[in-house]
Write a protein that binds this ligand. Structure first.
Ligand code: FMN
Length: 321
């Protein structure tokens, strides 16, 4: 599939996930076959005011392409300026977050709150398109709440503002991450607009990815939480679609090697102190389901250095293989 002329060759994209899908995580998913990656959300206002912390969020690694930078904001003036500023980082695509439900974002009129104000959202997309050299896309939810499900009409409005694709997470804002994603709303969006539709919500297996393609007719599926500690899901989706078979699960050795590689990437991008603090959570996901997982996972909570993690991996291999 293509988004505004940008070719996406893989069958599954990695969803943007703030504080989770950082550069290290994305590279690992890419190596396992993710066809398209989106950055953590970046504040349009922060960017305009030159916030230093946004620099790492904006950094695009050529190995990640095709790749989108995602911004959030509630004002078209800032979003337009931010779109222009982001061009120096050379993303392939610029995505606008219109789905985030957290109070810090939606409470300020950005993220999912934009689904209640189509005119404002339209102005934001228009301003971004005017200031961007690359295709602009939008990520939305089903709607604000059960009584205001408007994804199809909203997506059509974004299309007329110039959006080159829309990603739909089939939950309402008030659902947050509870309940089940409604895939039927993704189908309805697919029927309403001409631009590519990316389906998202609750895919945790290759079988579910295929089911989403079939049930919604979407152009690409996007996987978030289903990739936690399991970047192999992208490889599995590719293989299942190509030949109906899922490769054998990774061995304990491979699992630990990829866990270490992600930590090494993170250390090289963020420095050991920050990276290892974050690794306490990410590494625990890789250890789900292995023998004596609970004990090893609690050890993750005490990680201070890469050497600690290497030692833990060695011990696990020695004890459990
Ligand atoms: C920890 C976390 C952080 C997220 N951050 C973002 C974000 O920065 N931008 C965004 O558009 N969506 C964000 N999302 C939503 C996901 O992209 C995705 O829409 C949602 O998790 C549903 O997909 P899944 O069921 O495959 O996880 C986040 C979700 C999680 C769990």
């Amino acid at each position: 599939m293509e988004i505004g002329g940008v070719k996406i060759s893989g069958k599954a994209a990695l969803a943007p996930m703030a504080s989770v899908a950082d550069r290290a995580y994305r590279l690992i998913c890419k190596e396992q076959g993710a066809g398209y990656l989106v950055s953590e959300m970046i504040s349009a206002k922060g960017l305009c005011y030159g916030d230093r912390k946004t620099e790492e969020l904006c950094t695009v690694d050529d190995r990640e392409r095709p790749y989108a930078l995602q911004i959030f904001g509630e004002e078209s003036a800032y979003c337009g300026r931010a779109a222009g500023l982001l061009m120096k980082y050379k993303p392939d695509i610029l995505d606008i977050n219109m789905g985030c439900p957290v109070p810090k974002i939606a409470g300020n009129g950005a993220g999912s709150a934009l689904m209640k104000d189509v005119e404002r959202a339209y102005g934001i997309v228009k301003a971004a398109v005017e200031n961007s050299d690359v295709p602009v896309t939008v990520k939305i939810r089903a709607g604000w709440d059960e009584e205001h499900i408007n994804a199809p009409e909203f997506a059509a409005a974004m299309e007329s503002a110039g959006a080159a694709a829309v990603a739909v997470h089939g939950r309402t804002k008030t659902q947050m991450y509870r309940g089940k994603a409604d895939w039927d709303i993704i189908k309805q969006v697919r029927e309403k607009v001409k631009i590519p539709v990316i389906g998202n919500g609750d895919i945790t297996t290759p079988e579910e990815a295929v089911l989403m393609y079939r049930q919604t007719n979407c152009d690409l599926v996007m996987i978030g939480r289903g990739s936690y500690g399991n970047p192999w899901i992208f490889r599995d989706v590719e293989s299942f679609i190509a030949n109906g078979a899922v490769p054998a699960s990774p061995s304990l050795e491979e699992r630990l090697a990829v866990m270490l590689k992600q930590a090494e990437y993170a250390v090289s991008f963020k420095g050991e102190r920050i990276a290892m603090k974050e690794a306490r959570r990410t590494c625990a996901f890789y250890l789900r389901g292995i023998k004596n997982a609970a004990a090893y996972r609690s050890r993750c909570g005490t990680l201070q250095s890469l050497a600690d993690l290497e030692k833990l991996a060695e011990e696990i291999l020695h004890n459990e293989n």
